[in-house]
Design a protein around this ligand. Structure first.
Ligand SMILES: NC(=O)C1=CN([C@@H]2O[C@H](COP(=O)(O)OP(=O)(O)OC[C@H]3O[C@@H](n4cnc5c(N)ncnc54)[C@H](OP(=O)(O)O)[C@@H]3O)[C@@H](O)[C@H]2O)C=CC1
Ligand SMILES: CC(C)CCC[C@@H](C)[C@H]1CC=C2C3=C(CC[C@@]21C)[C@@]1(C)CC[C@H](O)C(C)(C)[C@@H]1CC3
Length: 615
């Protein structure tokens, strides 16, 4: 071995692929060509690691057994699962399995007792690239029994290794290379040495156009909301009338509107904290901890509907929402900015293992926009979950309803138009479904991966209620009579989209929550080194984002009732295509980073992203 940082035989800490956990490993050799260290874990699993994925043991303070024992049950479970202990429990258990178990089951005794001297990041770098295609003949792919998400097909892995690998990632198992020592022959690791949770690494690859992009979006997004609101008020909201005449500045502001918005948010917060409904567990965090969420969204929307009905009965004129839309939007924008400032400020004091992987670039503007802290909470009140699922989402339905009343008032109708009814019912179904399946949000990107900053605070509180309602707003001033066959066709389209959306989201959510669910046992999966598997049949075998496909079909059904006279009611459809294509590519790179070659294999097996045979 040439002069390298670590020498053959050194005992060091190696990062487990796709996780922030470190285990004690022994250096076996260094490859001068690839600059990779081959290391062996206590259970005999061999991996190739980059130098930056290895640290000296002195850089860590591991948790002591006595401390961990006294804390959470999850933590107690994890003790028996670390690679260090597998040799005694079961020699057939792979490091992949045990690491996954450690990742998913260990909760830190306390965040404060985890200290890292370094901030680390694992990057799955593609080495060379020719052979993966040849090796792609589904060696991992098998009809898993679904009895565990953490199986690693050792035999097929060995075959892959035996051939020249082209699309290979540098963090991979090498147990069957021949010179790996059997797990049983490894010395037992002391029981008080356990995996250590890494701090969030500094974000280096930045989304949304990076730092410059963040400036742009911070200015553009609020301006866009105000712009479309001004546009939709025009008799002819066409591009020919761009830009709309700007009203005087004071027209944007109304203290009463601010008061109503604050009341609405407080009312939703009150409903959220009431001890009604179930407490659901989120997905395991990097630390292994699982947060609890009160998922009483359905109760919240029913209670809100009752409160609104009571208010209308008492003579409250909801068309105020239509006439003061601009002022309500401005007030909510102000609240979202203040909330984002609070979120950014508190994130400066948050322990670094609680930061999101993407919003920790060190650049104030970018981090403010993207969000630093993953799950900011005030006691057990989760701000991100609340904002995403309550004031804006339920507010969306309230606004739509107010638009229906405004349409009747403005056009002198006894009942809302067909188009208005369709838009109201379709979007109500979407929101109620989201609240009914509220638990499923816990396995989405926003909740699992994104920090909570301006993007989501503004998105949840302003963007959703004030731009997703544009179709209903448009119909108030721009009637579009629909024939019954047209109504029927649009309803069928909506139901088809909804079916795809709901089935695919539920399938993934059920699989992530319980991979051994007997109802899913017919599905094919690909195991990954993190212990989680990927679905490759069922809905997730049709395209890589079947839920986006269903959502897009629904979006089409929301715009069609508004006709083709103007582009404005099609705004949601256009925005949504851009949003979902971008989310898909963000998710692709996240998953590639997490799952490495298993993800590539999934992409080869399921080549289309959102629309079968098209995209
Ligand atoms: N109306 C709106 O404005 C918006 C609606 N949405 C909707 O919200 C829903 C959630 O969307 P979003 O959070 O973007 O993404 P997904 O719900 O699709 O979540 C993506 C995650 O699912 C997991 N996953 C991906 N492929 C597989 C597979 N083959 N098998 C098992 N797990 C897999 C991965 O996470 P891991 O492996 O880590 O579990 C991946 O990161 C969608 O229905 C979307 O349409 C989204 C954005 C805006
Ligand atoms: C301001 C930016 C340009 C974009 C911000 C994006 C947000 C508005 C969306 C990100 C993901 C969302 C989801 C829903 C609403 C929009 C945002 C917040 C969702 C709650 C809508 C209802 C669905 O049933 C859902 C699946 C629960 C959605 C989850 C994602």
């Amino acid at each position: 071995m040439p002069a390298t940082k670590y020498q053959t035989g050194d005992t060091v800490m190696g990062r487990w692929p796709g996780s922030s956990l470190y285990y004690e490993v022994k250096v076996l050799r260094f490859d001068t060509r690839s600059h990779l260290y081959t290391v062996i874990y206590k259970d005999g699993t061999e991996l190739e690691l980059r130098e930056q994925d290895i640290k000296t043991a002195s850089g860590f303070q591991t948790r002591s057994r006595s401390r961990s024992r006294s804390r959470s049950p999850g933590r107690r479970r994890s003790r028996s699962r670390s690679p260090a202990r597998t040799t005694r429990r079961s020699s057939s258990r792979t490091a992949a399995a045990v690491a996954a178990a450690a990742i998913t089951e260990s909760a830190p005794s306390t965040r404060r007792d985890i200290k890292l001297k370094d901030t680390l990041e694992v990057r799955l770098t593609q080495e060379d690239t020719k052979a993966a295609e040849n090796n792609s003949n589904n060696k991992h792919e098998k009809k898993e029994e679904n009895n565990t998400a953490s199986k690693v097909n050792e035999k097929s892995e060995a075959k892959v290794e035996a051939e020249p690998v082209k699309n290979r990632y540098n963090l991979r198992r090498r147990k069957d290379d021949g010179d790996a020592k059997p797990a049983e022959s490894q010395p037992e690791q002391p029981e008080d040495k356990e995996a250590t949770v890494a701090a969030a690494p500094a974000s280096t690859s930045l989304d949304f156009g990076g730092k410059i992009g963040a400036y742009f979006w911070l200015l553009f997004l609020p301006a866009w909301v105000l712009f479309v609101i001004l546009q939709v008020n025009l008799e002819d909201p066409s591009l020919a009338n761009f830009p709309p005449q700007l009203p005087p500045l004071e027209a944007f502001w109304d203290a009463q509107a601010l008061g109503f918005v604050i009341l609405w948010i407080l009312f939703q917060a009150l409903l959220h904290v009431l001890p009604v409904g179930k407490l659901s567990e989120g997905m395991p965090l990097r630390s292994g901890e699982r947060l609890k969420y009160r998922t009483n969204g359905l109760f919240a929307i029913v209670a809100s509907a009752a409160a609104v009905a009571a208010a209308v009965y008492q003579g409250v004129d909801l068309t105020y929402i239509h006439s003061r839309f601009l002022q309500l939007a401005t007030a909510t924008l102000l609240i979202s900015v203040l909330l984002s400032i609070y979120l950014y400020t508190r994130s400066r004091y948050a322990p670094s293992d609680q930061l999101a992987l993407g919003g920790n670039s060190g650049n104030l503007v970018y981090d403010f926009f993207k969000g630093r802290e993953l799950n900011p909470r005030i006691k057990s009140f989760d701000l991100k979950f609340f904002c995403e699922m309550r004031p804006g989402l339920i507010g969306w339905c309230l606004i739509n309803f107010a638009m229906a009343l405004a349409e009747m008032k403005n056009q002198g109708l006894d009942a809302p138009s067909y188009a208005m009814i369709l838009v109201n019912l379709f979007q109500l179904l979407y929101v109620v479904d989201g609240l009914w399946n509220e638990e499923a949000i816990l396995t989405t990107m926003d909740l699992m991966h994104d920090g909570f900053g301006f993007m989501l605070a503004f998105g949840d509180l302003v963007w959703v209620p004030f731009t997703y309602t544009l179709q209903a707003y448009y119909l108030v001033g721009h009637p579009n009579p629909l024939s019954l066959p047209a109504v029927a066709a649009i309803v069928i389209l909506k139901l088809a989209g909804f079916y795809i959306f709901r089935k695919s989201n539920s399938e993934k959510n059920a699989f992530r929550r319980n991979p051994s669910d007997p109802k899913l046992s017919h599905l094919k999966t690909i195991p990954t080194a993190t212990g989680k598997s990927l679905l490759v049949s069922g809905w997730w075998g049709v395209v890589r984002h079947p839920n986006y496909l269903g959502d897009l079909i629904m979006a089409l059904a929301w715009s069609l009732p508004c006709g083709f006279n103007h582009l404005l009611p099609w705004y949601y459809m256009i925005y949504f295509i851009i949003l979902l294509v971008h989310r898909d590519s963000r998710d692709m790179s996240d998953c590639r980073r997490k799952y490495g070659s298993a993800w590539d294999k999934y992409c080869r097996t399921v080549p289309y992203r959102i629309i079968p045979r098209v995209y």
